[in-house]
Structures are given as C-alpha cells and as structure tokens.
Design a protein around this ligand. Structure first.
Ligand SMILES: Cc1cc2nc3c(=O)[nH]c(=O)nc-3n(C[C@H](O)[C@H](O)[C@H](O)COP(=O)(O)OP(=O)(O)OC[C@H]3O[C@@H](n4cnc5c(N)ncnc54)[C@H](O)[C@@H]3O)c2cc1C
Length: 477
C-alpha cells in the first residue's frame, strides 16, 4: 500500500492538474495538502484582497473534493516542517506538486526538494500553470527575451499545446492513520475589516466559477474582444485574472476552449487578440524568471537613480483614495477599492499619472495594487508597473506620458464609467466629465465634494521630462 502527498499551492483545481493526476495513478492513498506558510514568500506574501480570495478558493476546493470522498488537509507554518510532519503522520513516501515561478517560491521549492530527497522521499514537480516553461523559450543567441513580439513568435513556433487533462472521476482515499489538519478559519486569511463586501458581490472564487466565467466570456464578448477590451464601461474582457492567478483554471484549458470556440463561431480576430494577452502573461513570467530582482529594481538599471518627488505622501494617499481630481483615475482607484479589480486600460492610466505626473516611485503603486487586487500577481504586476514607468521589458518610453483627460475622452466618451464610480459627478454634462475643473461655476462640483486636480497636467508633464533629462545627463546607463 503506497501513500503520497499532493502539495497544492497555486493550482486549486481538479481539471488539468498533472501533479494530482500522476499521484492518483501511482498511489493507493493520497493526502491533499495546503500549507499556509506566509514567511516563505516574504516580502511578497499575499495582500489583503488575495487572502480573501484564497480563503474562499480553499473552501470551494474542499467542497469539490468532498464530492469525490476526499478533503484538503490544512497546515500552518514553515513548508518543510509541515511536509515532514505530514509525511510522518501519513506514512507517505512521495510528494507531488505543480511548479511555481516566483523567485522566493522557486528557492523554497528547490531547498525542500533537496531536503526531502535526502530523507529518502520521492519528490516530483510538474508544469501546470503556464503554457511554456520560462526556460523553454530562448532567443537565437540562447538568452531570455525582453521584447514581447519576438517572444510570442518564438512561443508560436513551439510544438502544439497539449490538451488539458480531464478532472478525475474518482480519487484514492485518505490514509487510515490520522493526519492533523487545522480549520480554514485558523489560517487567518480573512481580513479583519469588512471592506470586502464589495469583493463578495463581484466575485465567486473556485474552479466551477472560473469555467463558467470563461464560457460566458466566449459566448458574449470574445468575438468583439479586440475592440471591446479597451472600453472600461462594458464587460469586454474575461475577468479571469484572479482565477488564473490561483490556478483555479489552467492556461491550457483557456487556450483550447477559446480555440474551439473560435473555430465553431468564427470569432477568429477576437480569439487571436485574447490569446495574445494570455501570451503577455507568459511573457511576464518569463521576464520574472530570468530577472528575479525586478519586483523591487528596474530591469533597465539606468532608472535606478530616477529623481522621484520627495515628500510625496499626500499625493500617494490622494491617488489611493481616488481623490486626485482626474475623473478617469479616481474612477479606476475606486473600482479597485470596491471590487479588487481594475480594467487594464485604466490600470495603465492610473499608473502613468502616479509615476509621471505625480513622480511617485512605481514600487509604491505596485505595493498598493499588491494589497488591493484580487488578481495581484508578482509577474504581471511587476511587468505592468515597470511598463508604465518606462523602466521594464518592452516598456512604454518614459517620455510618452498619458494625458488622463484625452484618455478618458477616447475610452469613456460618454463618461459612463466615470459616473458609475464617482456619484459626485453624475450630473456633470459629458463635455466636462473628464475635466470638471473647466466646467462653468453653475455645474462645476463643489470642491469639498470632488477635489480640484492635485497637479497641473502641463507643469507636471514638463517636470517629469526634465527629471528624465537629468537622469540621462547624470545617470549611470
Ligand atoms: C500597472 C499594471 C498592473 C497590473 N497588475 C496585474 C496583476 O497584478 N495581476 C494580473 O493578473 N494582471 C495585472 N495587470 C495586467 C492586466 O491589467 C490584467 O491581467 C487584466 O486587466 C485582467 O483582466 P482580465 O482577466 O479581464 O483580462 P483579459 O483581457 O480577459 O486577459 C486574459 C488574461 O490574460 C492575462 N493578461 C491580460 N493582460 C495582461 C498583461 N498586460 N500582462 C500580463 N498578463 C495579462 C491575464 O491573466 C488575464 O486574465 C497589470 C497591468 C498594469 C498596467
């Protein structure tokens, strides 16, 4: 009789789970383990919104396992210690997991693999959370890519992406010996303050909800995705990002579902544009894998000495609270606070205002997103912020500064997105909805209700360009 442990991390799903499938094929008894080991991923342990998601995701996963006569074993503490405890309690002699790619998790996993093998335990890890392993895609010279388009072309030259594995119809049972588990509440994942009611209204974590969301997206928005993805007032994107982050659905499942749908429904351009975004997710993981210092340091080292604004605390706080006086920015920041998510176009606009017009370091913005996004993901967040700051892979040049008024007029022309998040501006005519400070007195909102802009756009743009010029003159790169 052989027993194995499957260590779940960011793969909280039954379908297309190669670690689970291999362990179930080869062993008579299984312990399905989740370890809450915060310190292992510091300083990037999960933020408040992610912890809310994780709590519910674990709850749903356990309910799905119960239908197969299994359950999750939960432990809290350093991962190696918890694994050893579980091995001793269950008599297991093998551990399986699906790979993670964040720098701290990689280091931890390599150490655990070595230690457990030293104890005589069989350890096997699997590729499950990306379409391509980050080391698999190489430039002609054998190095990593720093530009998306050639990276994506190189991905497309790889062999066909394997079909996802089906969810198991049955699973080996738990061992007869008693394996200690703490309760879900004892993991202390739920934030103390009740701000998360809005998250609960918008999201349903879990594998079933992820597949339902993908099916709904294919039926309603995929065909028009290429254009629809730019309009924040409509549900034109998939909102799969937290499900993908927690591994409730695999990128292979997304790839094949979208491919089949596009063949049947002739939604080819939408499908191509959408799968390209899945490609950006691959690229973000590729860059983080090869440049593990980038969550804190710019990829382009020349920007390490960028002259950020001193004493920027009040500006950062106005940005966080959605009170900068720029409606499209404030709407985005309020959407983030209330739902744990923000539209991609608006993420780019709010990030540009913060790092360029306000000259607040991009790491401060990345930190706020980390705490408040339900899809906070070290690879995607780092790439997004370094892109906005002009210092990362395939980044927008620093001198290209988004004008939030023009961006608002282009992507939210009737102001419906702004009005849905800023009730103070509900009655402002369209003409001034993205620049209320120019509205005549009779319709301009009371500044006590909605603030005047925290910076002048033209002056702050000039100051940002001067800062860039100083960096070029005195910088190291
Ligand atoms: C400053 C900034 C910070 C960001 N932080 C994160 C983050 O922490 N987590 C996160 O998942 N995404 C992040 N993004 C990328 C992007 O905004 C989100 O992935 C997207 O808005 C999620 O919504 P969706 O699932 O509806 O996307 P869709 O348009 O439906 O795209 C499908 C999937 O592709 C991936 N994807 C889409 N765009 C990108 C992108 N630009 N980079 C990498 N992957 C992408 C996501 O997994 C997404 O779920 C950030 C972007 C910026 C500009």
């Amino acid at each position: 009789m052989s027993t194995a442990i499957v260590w779940f991390r960011r793969d909280l799903r039954l379908a297309d789970n190669p670690a689970l499938e291999s362990a179930a094929d080869r062993h008579d008894k299984l312990v399905l383990l989740y370890i809450e080991a915060e310190s292992a991923t510091e300083p990037w342990s999960a933020g408040a919104a992610s912890r809310w998601w994780l709590h519910h995701s674990l709850e749903r996963f356990d309910a799905d396992l119960a239908k197969l006569g299994q359950s999750l074993t939960l432990k809290r503490g350093p991962a190696l210690q918890c694994l050893r405890e579980c091995l001793a309690e269950s008599g297991a002699d093998a551990v399986y997991w699906n790979r993670m790619y964040d720098p701290a998790a990689r280091q931890r996993d390599a150490r655990i693999k070595e230690e457990l093998r030293g104890d005589g335990i069989a350890v096997e890890s699997f590729a499950a959370n990306l379409l391509f392993e980050p080391w698999q895609i190489r430039t002609g010279k054998g190095g990593p890519f720093r530009v998306f388009t050639p990276f994506w072309r190189a991905c497309q030259r790889q062999a066909e992406i394997a079909e996802p594995l089906p969810a198991p119809a049955s699973l080996p049972s738990r061992p007869d010996s008693s394996v200690k588990s703490v309760t879900l509440d004892a993991l202390n994942l739920m934030p103390e303050i009740g701000w998360y009611d809005g998250l609960a209204r918008m999201w349903q974590p879990g594998e079933h909800a992820a597949h339902a969301r993908l099916a709904d997206f294919c039926d309603t928005a995929l065909a028009n995705y290429a254009d629809g993805r730019e309009v924040p007032s409509v549900a034109g994107t998939s909102r799969l990002s937290p499900h993908l982050h927690f591994g409730e659905i695999s990128p292979r499942s997304v790839w094949h579902r979208v491919g089949q749908h596009s063949l049947l429904q002739r939604s080819q351009p939408g499908a191509e544009a959408f799968l390209r975004e899945i490609g950006w997710r691959e690229f973000a993981h590729h860059v983080l894998f090869h440049y593990p210092h980038t969550p804190d340091q710019p990829l382009n080292s020349k920007y390490a000495d960028f002259p950020w604004r001193e004493n920027h605390g009040d500006l950062l706080s106005a940005w966080q609270r959605g009170r900068t006086g720029f409606p499209i920015v404030d709407a985005g920041m309020r959407e983030l606070w209330h739902t744990g998510w923000m539209h991609n176009r608006v993420r780019m606009i709010v990030a540009s205002l913060l790092v360029k017009n306000l000259r607040v370091p991009w790491t401060a913005g990345a930190g706020w997103f980390w705490d408040t996004l339900v899809d906070a993901d070290l690879a995607n967040n780092t790439l997004g912020w370094q892109w906005a700051a002009g210092c990362g892979a395939d980044a927008a040049p620093y001198f290209r500064i988004f004008n939030p008024v023009r961006q608002g007029e282009k992507f939210d022309p009737d102001g419906s997105y702004v009005r849905s998040w800023i009730p103070e501006l509900a009655d402002l005519p369209d003409r001034w909805i993205h620049k209320p400070w120019e509205a005549p007195d009779r319709v301009r909102p009371d500044p006590d209700l909605y603030p005047a802009p925290v910076v002048d756009l033209a002056t702050s743009r000039k100051a940002a360009l001067e800062a860039l010029a100083r960096l070029k003159k005195y910088g190291s790169g």
